[in-house]
Design a protein around this ligand. Structure first.
Ligand SMILES: [Fe+2]
Length: 126
């Protein structure tokens, strides 16, 4: 916002840019919560995934899943309300980190799960 090309824009244009920035934040929240966060929570709650985790931890994963889904819904509802109020439409863009995270996960060796198990057993005394 301090760049001369932006700073010298009419106030209406600056406000529009701020709305777009808010949409970026809210869209990021929707994609993050419904994507990687809840994918991991869903995995953790499954008995066959990291079976050494306590049932309490697995139960918490389901609670977090539900909470994060609610956060995503709230962010999505805010986008709709802001669109209605400002007349500025969200571009509904997929954040870049989603594809980057997918690529990172696919590039990891299968042995990573074993490494996580060792780490947790050493540092968390599981
Ligand atoms: Fe959240």
């Amino acid at each position: 916002m301090k760049h001369p090309k932006v700073f010298n824009l009419p106030e209406e244009e600056i406000q529009k840019l701020l709305v777009y920035e808010l949409y970026n934040y809210l869209e990021f929240t929707v994609w993050l919560e419904l994507g990687p966060v809840n994918e991991v929570c869903n995995l953790i709650r499954m008995p066959s995934f990291l079976p050494w985790l306590s049932s309490e931890m697995k139960d918490d994963a389901l609670k977090i899943y539900v909470d994060e889904g609610a956060h995503a819904e709230m962010a999505f509802a805010l986008i709709s309300k802001i669109e209605e109020h400002t007349g500025v439409k969200s571009m509904r863009m997929e954040p870049k980190f989603i594809k980057e995270l997918d690529e990172l996960i696919l590039s990891q060796p299968k042995e990573l799960e074993q490494m996580i198990k060792i780490f947790l057993s050493l540092y968390l005394k599981l």
